[in-house]
Design a protein around this ligand. Sequence first.
Ligand code: TXA
Ligand code: MG
Length: 326
Amino acid sequence: MALQNAPFETQVRPYGEAAIAEAARLIENGFPVATPTETVYGLAADATSGEAVARIYEAKGRPSFNPLIVHVADLSQAEEIAIFSDAARLLARRFWPGPLTLVLPLRPRSPIAPLATAGLPTIALRVPAHPAMRGLIEATGRPLAAPSANASGRISPTAAGHVLASLDGRIPLIIDAGPTAHGLESSIVAVTEGGLRLLRPGPIGLDVLVAVSGMAVLSEAVDRGEANIEAPGQLASHYAPAKPLRLDAAEASPDEWLIGFGEVGGDFNLSRTGDLVEAAANLFAALHQADSQSRRGIAVAPIPSQGLGLAINDRLRRAAAPRSQG
Ligand code: TXA
Ligand code: MG
């Protein structure tokens, strides 16, 4: 199959060696591929490449960036990416591979693209049980970021046909292994020093998580999915720089650090060619760098409000809004 850009002629291939090899090649070239997991079908891309991760958001048509779950082969690959406490390790040993996602502190020099965690200092990790997703991780040798393989605002797909109905033409390949076993997304638990926070209920109940980890439950902030991810308290936090941020700036004042785009050069240019995939890939690195400068403020060049530009502008607007609530 020739490598081309969107719109794609979306192929549906039965799970097997040939499909995995083709999917691995696409992922290595920076494209997202839909694959079954034991929970729901996921849209998998190389988590170490910002541009590959940007193409996940582009395919889903999400108007905002939220952090994604990164799928790895085993606990030792997970430990290269995140810092595990004893309790986190107990949970991983008991429930991996399987439908449990752990939110843990990100290692400072982890290979994960900042866009995959939406700039957060934590990461959601899972070792999947399904042989298709496991085969892809093995064949690519990469950690794979994978949200549910549905267009923004649609429910999670539990069969290849659901994926095709919502992402036809937007992704190159769907691996079909029939309906998923759980039909429901993984349980998501943040493991902190003080205890567990259930961020999304799922196949593994809080009672067994408490029993296995020996940790207390801090709260049950519930993620109700993509529809209202923005409701207060649902996500632990959204990354935002500490400094004032000014949008649509053609140039910076002397006390501002300028994030450029296209012809507005700036101190850091998101994409000189005006490529929104490249700009999305660079966004969180730019914000972190801007925040660490001595200049008092951050200015950002205008970004077109189309495609991934919508998600970039959404994040910038929220970073620019005065902090009203904790
Ligand atoms: O079963 C599943 O978990 C499926 C399959 C494909 O593995 N994946 C999935 O991913 O549901 P996604 O991206 O749709 O859900 C990711 C959710 C986000 O909505 C967010 O609530 C949470 O994971 N999340 C990710 N990173 C986080 C972080 N650093 N802190 C808090 N929550 C995080
Ligand atoms: Mg989802």
